[in-house]
Design a protein around this ligand. Structure first.
Ligand code: NAP
Length: 281
């Protein structure tokens, strides 16, 4: 495994495992257990993925020492505000069966996220969270939060994949020492990414799959990636990316694919996002 060191010295595995939309009974538990057996140590969930208990059950069953695991969950925007955040954090911790969290993220830049951030700063200072950050904050909201609080976010989770590469965002992140983490790193497995002729050609050169090339690209860009996969074969495939290197030319070819667009129209500066998020209640 390769690691990234956050601004506060905390080490994060560069490749993790996401569990969004794993909601069939037993699904998240089985997948996380498989992922841990394969070697993943970073697990990314959220209170509104409704599977924190199953993730917690898998962590316990895995027998892997707690300090080897890196567990992330997220605060839903309806739980924002100082008091609500403290309650939501406690509930997530209970569901996960943990006594501390590795990374806690504000899931969306909505509602009272300043109150939420103050609560998270306290929980961090008390040692209950090893790193704090945000998700779906664009550079304007992120810089505002970073510059008007005692502790700036250490991580931002954003939609990032070959069609939405976030180079401009990364320039802003560098100014505040914030690490980028990619959600939907495989572009949700959509054809326009996995069937790309550019990626297919690079994949065949290395005797790898397109998914492996994309994940390797993240490792070389020093971005944390958290692909989701439901079956053991893909969970293994996505982990088998540490034995090859993309050339400078191949990295440049992938850079040329950037369309700076969200693959599912998931835009947190669009007011309609609040209606979309309502579906997860
Ligand atoms: N912060 C946020 O707002 C936010 C938003 C979205 C996601 N996330 C996080 O990011 C994680 C990953 O994002 P995501 O689940 O949206 O999308 P993703 O990881 O980009 O893609 C997952 C899709 O790709 C397929 N897939 C996985 N490995 C593959 C392979 N080797 N070959 C072909 N297809 C493959 C999966 O199929 P199968 O499942 O059928 O194997 C699934 O349909 C989530 O699970 C979640 O933890 C965060």
């Amino acid at each position: 495994m390769e690691y990234i060191t956050l601004r506060n010295g905390v080490q994060v595995p560069k490749l993790g495992f996401g569990v969004f939309l794993m909601n069939e009974p037993g699904e998240a538990e089985a997948a996380v257990l498989d992922a841990i057996k394969v070697g993943y140590r970073l697990i990314d969930t959220a209170s509104r993925y409704y599977n924190e208990e199953e993730v917690g059950a898998a962590l316990k069953k895995s027998g892997v020492p707690r300090e080897e695991l890196f567990i992330t969950t997220k605060l839903w925007y309806k739980d924002a505000g100082y008091e609500n955040t403290k309650k939501a954090f406690k509930l997530s911790l209970e569901k996960l069966g943990l006594d501390y969290l590795d990374l806690y993220l504000i899931h969306q830049p909505f509602n009272d996220y300043y109150g939420a951030w103050r609560a998270m700063e306290e929980l961090y200072t008390e040692g209950l969270i090893r790193a704090i950050g945000v998700s779906n904050f664009y550079p304007d909201r992120l810089r505002d939060l970073a510059q008007h609080n005692e502790i700036a976010p250490m991580v931002v989770q954003r939609e990032t994949h070959p069609l939405n590469q976030q180079w401009e965002a990364e320039e802003w992140l560098a100014k505040d020492g914030v690490q980028l983490e990619a959600w939907s790193p495989l572009g949700r497995g959509k054809e326009e990414i996995l069937q790309s002729s550019i990626l297919k050609t690079i994949a065949s050169t290395h005797n790898k799959t397109v998914a492996q090339v994309i994940l390797r690209w993240f490792m070389q860009r020093k971005i944390i990636a958290i692909p989701k996969a439901s079956h053991l074969t893909r969970i293994q495939e996505n982990f088998d990316i540490f034995d090859f290197t993309l050339s400078t030319e191949e990295m440049a070819l992938i850079k040329g694919m950037d369309q700076k667009t969200s693959i599912g129209d998931v835009l947190h500066d669009n007011p309609k996002m609040l209606d979309i998020l309502g579906q997860f209640e």
